[in-house]
Design a protein around this ligand. Structure first.
Ligand SMILES: C[S@@+](CC[C@H](N)C(=O)[O-])C[C@H]1O[C@@H](n2cnc3c(N)ncnc32)[C@H](O)[C@@H]1O
Length: 403
């Protein structure tokens, strides 16, 4: 051990990647150490940046020898410390292996599912795919946080941002905001920027709809239109939409494929955490009646605009909704997952078939355990890789109720 920069510099071998994306090594005293920007089998010299009794965190000082999954990041900002994409330093193959392994181990360890057969579906693009980007602002210019820190790294382009954002990132002036959400309709050309807390001093091209977060809720013109699966979607500044229209289409298609493989009833679909209505508006067409439940007021307004009259949109939390009998439930919760409250609502619908869309491997594992306890069996599980260059996963799982 040497003590450069007043910190303890330590040599460590990386043997795994954690669900959160960091490399995992072991210190001489037996504690686990997490290292951002590491690859499996990297031999690293690290500085310890955080120490707890059971684990520590370190940052790379030197790569002594690189694991075979390591590559040079394509983006200059990663080299400068940008933490926007945490896996640009991994080869495509290493990213795929790590995602499959994270989902498998979460299903085994947290979900108690013996031998999950996890499928992998290649996403639509590996770069320039994101049609919504949320970035910090420093001195009027866009910035990402350095990984594991609140320090900012200013950027003037972004490897995963849609090309319609190019001039906004390169030349946009975002005044005194602390954060901005940039949203584009890749198939309509619409562009919108929402500043937090406001848009004082913004200088952007005339075609861009500019709105302060403090005003976005009441302003009915703060939206873009996007096209996906043959439908035009109204997406307001504060509403959720998938990372790209192609990704949204693939997600809806995956859900549709699984439903067609099974002899599902066609009376009632319940779409929980419905957003602007992606599933209600696509596979929902196969059902006589659709109930969509969503808590965000702007997403509910958008859904009412986007969906046909056979869809009843309920503006409320899933936990507060009164469950109804359903043939199929599709549930696409935020990062925390369904938790016991969401699973309990699904159980009460008595739906024989449930599709769960999880955007966090850990939450999937915990929900899997709850779904099993609620009488459901895992039938199929696929990763749809909508977030290449990052450790984020989108997992589509199909569940069948035990008779
Ligand atoms: C991952 S998004 C999925 C949206 C939609 N299914 C889609 O594919 O575009 C999760 C959605 O759940 C909503 N949400 C979060 N917590 C909720 C809750 N407790 N009850 C209802 N909706 C909730 C969010 O506003 C968001 O629109």
């Amino acid at each position: 051990m040497d003590r450069s920069l007043g910190m303890m510099s330590i040599r460590v071998n990386i043997h795994d990647l954690a669900v959160g994306g960091e490399g995992v090594g072991r210190l001489d005293d037996g504690r686990i150490v997490f290292v951002a920007g590491a690859a499996i089998n990297d031999e690293l010299q690290i500085d310890l940046t955080e120490e707890k009794s059971r684990y520590a965190r370190g940052s790379i000082v030197e790569i002594i020898s690189a694991g075979k999954g390591r590559r040079e990041p394509s983006c200059q900002h990663v080299v400068r410390g940008c933490g926007g994409c945490d896996w640009q330093h991994l080869t495509d193959e290493a990213q795929v292996e790590a995602k499959i392994s994270a989902v498998e181990s979460s299903l085994i360890k947290l979900g108690s599912i013996a031998a999950p057969d996890v499928g992998y579906v290649v996403g639509p693009q590996t770069s320039h795919y994101r049609t919504t980007l949320r970035v910090a602002v420093e001195n009027g210019r866009p910035a990402y946080r350095r990984s594991g820190s609140n320090e900012l790294v200013q950027i003037d382009d972004c490897f995963v941002a849609h090309p319609l954002m190019e001039d906004l990132l390169a030349e946009g002036s975002f005044g005194t905001a602390t954060e901005v959400t940039i949203r584009v309709g890749s198939r309509t050309g619409d562009r919108l920027v929402m500043g937090e807390p406001n848009v004082d001093g913004f200088r952007l091209p005339d075609d861009v709809t500019v709105i302060g977060k403090n005003k976005a809720r009441k302003n009915r013109n703060a939206y873009i239109m996007e096209e996906a699966a043959g439908i035009k979607w109204k997406i307001s500044a504060r509403s959720f939409f998938q990372s790209s229209p192609e990704g949204a289409e693939m997600l809806a298609a995956l859900a549709g494929e699984w439903l067609t493989l099974h002899d599902v009833g066609e009376q009632v679909l319940v779409d929980l955490y419905a957003g602007v209505g992606l599933f209600s508006g696509t596979v929902g067409d196969w059902f006589e009646k659709v109930t969509a439940v969503e808590s965000s007021p702007s997403a509910v307004q958008d859904a009412a605009n986007n969906l046909g009259s056979h869809v009843a949109v309920h503006k409320m939390q899933v936990e507060k909704w009164t469950p109804e009998l359903a043939d199929v439930v599709i549930a696409d919760p935020p990062r925390a997952g369904l938790r016991i409250e969401g699973v309990e609502q699904i159980r009460k619908t008595q739906a024989p078939h449930v599709m769960l869309i999880s955007c966090d491997a850990g939450a999937l594992g915990r929900d899997a355990s709850l779904m099993t306890a609620a009488g459901y069996e895992l039938d199929q599980v696929d990763i749809l890789d909508m977030f290449p260059q990052t450790s984020h996963v989108e997992v589509v799982s199909g569940w069948v109720r035990n008779s």
